[in-house]
Design a protein around this ligand. Structure first.
Ligand SMILES: [Zn+2]
Length: 111
C-alpha cells in the first residue's frame, strides 16, 4: 500500500492508503484541487485509509436528501450531522473525528 503524510504544525500524520479515489486536477495538477479528505480505521500498527475528493460526500448526501422522503429523525447520525453542519462534517482537525462504524455502514447503504 502507498503511504500518505499530512504535516500539521510540524507534527506528521502517516496513513497507509488502501484506496485513492482522487486524481490530479487537469488545470492545476493538484490532487482533487487540494480538497482531499481521508477516512481511516486504525490497526495496532497503522491507520488504513481511503483518500477521496472532499466534495464527493457533500454532493452525494445533498442529492440524497433532496430526493428522499425519510423523516429527518430517522436518518443515520452520519447524514443528519452533515445536514446540520455539525459532528464529522464540521471537523477540520487532522487528528480526525470518530465515526460509529455501524452508523457509517447504514449511511452508505442508504446512499
Ligand atoms: Zn485544480
Amino acid at each position: 500500500m502507498d503511504s500518505y503524510q499530512i504535516n500539521v504544525d510540524g507534527k506528521e500524520h502517516n496513513f497507509l492508503v488502501f484506496k485513492r479515489l482522487t486524481e490530479p486536477c487537469h488545470q492545476c495538477g493538484v490532487e482533487a484541487c487540494g480538497k482531499e479528505d481521508i477516512l481511516w480505521y486504525e490497526t495496532a500498527e497503522d491507520k488504513v485509509s481511503l483518500v477521496y475528493d472532499g466534495s464527493t460526500i457533500d454532493i452525494v448526501v445533498e442529492s440524497f436528501l433532496s430526493y428522499t422522503d425519510i423523516e429527518k429523525s430517522e436518518l443515520p447520525v452520519f447524514i443528519s450531522d452533515w445536514n446540520m453542519g455539525k459532528g464529522w462534517s464540521d471537523c477540520w482537525v487532522y487528528q480526525g473525528y470518530s465515526l460509529d462504524v455501524g452508523d457509517l455502514h447504514c449511511a452508505i447503504a442508504m446512499l
